[in-house]
Design a protein around this ligand. Structure first.
Ligand code: HEM
Length: 391
């Protein structure tokens, strides 16, 4: 499905007729848990309400400070890499930092770089095996199925350890809200549901952001002209003073560069819904139980909405250009009631880390093979390496 009117109909205008309750999503549960992303009906509504306050504008200064702290640690690490002239595995570095930020900003859990790396590799392995097993019947005995279940069990143990070690801090975090909800009979939330939520927020939280950030960096570094403009913007906004939350508003090119990266490589490159009742899409009658998929990857390169769509051009996201386009021609965060809860969160964390990296380093791409695999997110087929030099 690529028609913007039909996409708006499915995701927003008639979203009650479409749900996510079908076999594909059962597999996704193995690595992302049965959390907010996959819940439906009343359970979804209650959980969304519980999580929402941690993703509003009001919570962003906190996310900013956590992201700044983690990126300062990253800068220290990269200074050593620069000094030693070692090749840096960009995907691994970004994934660990994205996970560290989500764990601390949402659950007050401070993961070391190595702990984050371990969890990142558990998620990645489990996603790979779940994806490999997707075409097989659930109970078909195969090594991929066994590994998917084994990976999932390891992930659950790691998340349980985070919940166990969680020390309640002030102000209360999202985990406190989940724990308090288990005491409330109306919420109908059990201990295992909390683990599923953490698995969703930590997994969904770092996988998508890392994928979007990584491909943005690959595009950016292949276009030195935009690197130069970005560094000019950063030097202009942050000439001498420390980076503060209010600076984000002035970093418009930084934001547009990430938006363009998400256009070319939308991390959630496809989504799907099951039709609960007959409907009409683009003039065709669609029967109940049909699975309708929306391919964000091709939507974002559709010639009906984008001139020269294969070209990296952040200026597609000036306010005037955005206003002139159909709203549903660009939906990296989905749309409607089931759209991403963390759009603001991820824009904030990526902007902070991108600014800190480009402020302090020149990066040179060492890899030249940028082929990718379409798992649940767009993942590079081979690690992508860069060499960094202090500015
Ligand atoms: C660049 C980063 C991100 C992108 C591109 C992205 C994309 C998406 C998309 C497309 C959806 C809707 C899926 C659908 O309609 O089937 C979604 C939902 C969701 N995302 Fe994100 N996401 C990002 C970052 C994050 C982060 C950082 C978190 C958590 C910290 C997160 C948590 C969620 C959750 C919980 C949902 C389900 C919301 C609901 O159904 O109520 N995402 N995301």
């Amino acid at each position: 499905m690529q028609d913007v009117g039909a996409i708006q109909h499915i995701l927003r205008d008639n979203s009650v007729a479409y749900d996510k309750n079908f076999s594909l999503y059962d597999r996704v549960k193995l690595f992302l848990g049965d959390g907010l992303l996959l819940q439906t009906g009343e359970a979804w509504r209650k959980r969304r309400k519980l999580s929402q306050p941690y993703f509003t504008h009001h919570s962003m200064p906190h996310v900013f400070h956590v992201a700044l702290d983690k990126s300062q640690q990253m800068v220290q690490r990269w200074r050593i890499y620069a000094h030693q002239r070692v090749a840096v595995n960009l995907g691994q570095e970004l994934a660990s930092v994205m996970l560290q930020i989500a764990a601390e900003a949402l659950f007050s859990t401070c993961l070391s770089f190595e702990e984050a790396l371990h969890l990142v590799s558990l998620y990645a392995k489990t996603q790979r095996y779940v994806h490999r097993a997707i075409s097989m019947h659930r109970w078909f005995p195969s090594i991929a199925q066994w590994r998917a279940r084994y990976g999932s069990a390891q992930l659950k143990r790691a998340i349980d350890a985070i919940i166990h070690d969680h020390i309640s801090q002030r102000p209360p975090d999202m985990l406190d809200s989940f724990l308090a909800a288990t005491e409330c009979p109306l919420m109908n939330l059990a201990k295992n549901d909390i683990r599923d939520e953490l698995q969703t927020f930590l997994g969904g939280g770092h996988e998508t952001t890392t994928s979007g950030f990584l491909w943005t960096m690959v595009q950016l570094l292949q276009h030195p002209h935009y690197v130069e403009l970005l560094q000019k913007e950063i030097d202009h906004v942050l000439p001498t003073h420390d980076f503060v939350y209010e600076d984000l508003e002035s970093l418009s090119l930084t934001k547009m560069i990430f938006q363009e990266g998400l256009r070319l490589y939308p991390p959630v490159w496809i989504t799907a819904r099951r039709l609960l009742e007959p409907d009409v899409l683009c003039g065709y009658s669609i029967p109940k139980e049909t699975i309708v998929s929306i391919c964000l990857y091709s939507l974002h390169r559709d010639l009906r909405h984008w001139i020269d769509p294969e070209t990296f051009n952040p200026y597609r996201f000036t306010p005037e250009a955005v206003a002139a386009r159909h709203k549903y021609a660009y939906i990296p965060f989905g749309a409607g009631a089931r759209g991403c809860i963390a759009q603001l969160f991820s824009m904030t964390q990526v902007s902070v880390v991108l600014v800190m990296l480009m402020k302090h380093f020149h990066c040179e791409l060492l890899s030249s093979d940028f082929s990718y695999d379409l798992y649940f997110t767009i993942r590079p087929s081979y690690p992508i390496y860069v060499r960094v030099r202090e500015r």
